[in-house]
Design a protein around this ligand. Sequence first.
Ligand SMILES: [Zn+2]
Length: 283
Amino acid sequence: MKSRKQQSLYKKIAALALTMLVTASLTACSGGQTDPASDTIKLQAMPTKLSSFSGLVTEIKSMDNKVILKKAGKNVWIHTSYKSINGNKVPANGLIVQTKQGIVLLDATWSDKLAGQLVHMIESYFKQKVVLAIVTHAHEDRMGGVSGLIERDIEVRSTDMTARLAKEAGYAEPNAFLDGEPQFMVGGTQFEVFYPGEGHGKDNVVVWLPQTNTLFGGCLVLGQDAKALGNVADANMAEWPESLLRVKHKYGQAKLVVPGHGKWGNAGLLNRSIELVSKSNNT
Ligand SMILES: [Zn+2]
């Protein structure tokens, strides 16, 4: 059983590497030209505001403030998009990773409209195409914009479980390529996807960028400013701290840890999340 599983894993990794190569050469050939089918992106998108520090742009905002990009490290930006829920503006974070072959996006915003705005902002500012998107679990704050990305010919990948749950929930289905802790390279940047077990959801994965010690924790990890656990409708409260411990053992050296919502920080966020979940379990 295990060796069959391993074999299929090797096959998947080989397929992934090949697709990455193809994607890379296609992107290299396209030379960053505007997609002829991007009229809707232009219509949807609004002019953006730039903030800078010592002449370097560190923040890009859409005019309606619904999509904000913030520089968080070398070639790493955080995208935050907002949805109104019961009168509250709820933020959701994802990552923008600049590689030599294009942008890799982690998580797809709340909606197709926000995803379109995000892609437009990325293409206008970075002058690069989004070559791959990874979604870290099948909830609206990660998946809402997936069909908007697929419409723009962006490949979206997830684990098999996330793809299945997405389909069940009526979202566009990502390609299930990310099982078995895959490590892969896009345009010289290394990525590692890790499923630590259940927590915030059944299917939550984290993404590790070893070259910059960056951990995208998604909703498994709670923000620096979190006072509550957020949406726990699909949570496994007993397993959540254990899954966080697995992440801590593997990536405790992280310098930047980005949660699904709220303020990012360092590896201390993992301990803080373990404490918050454990406290909630004991009350
Ligand atoms: Zn979620």
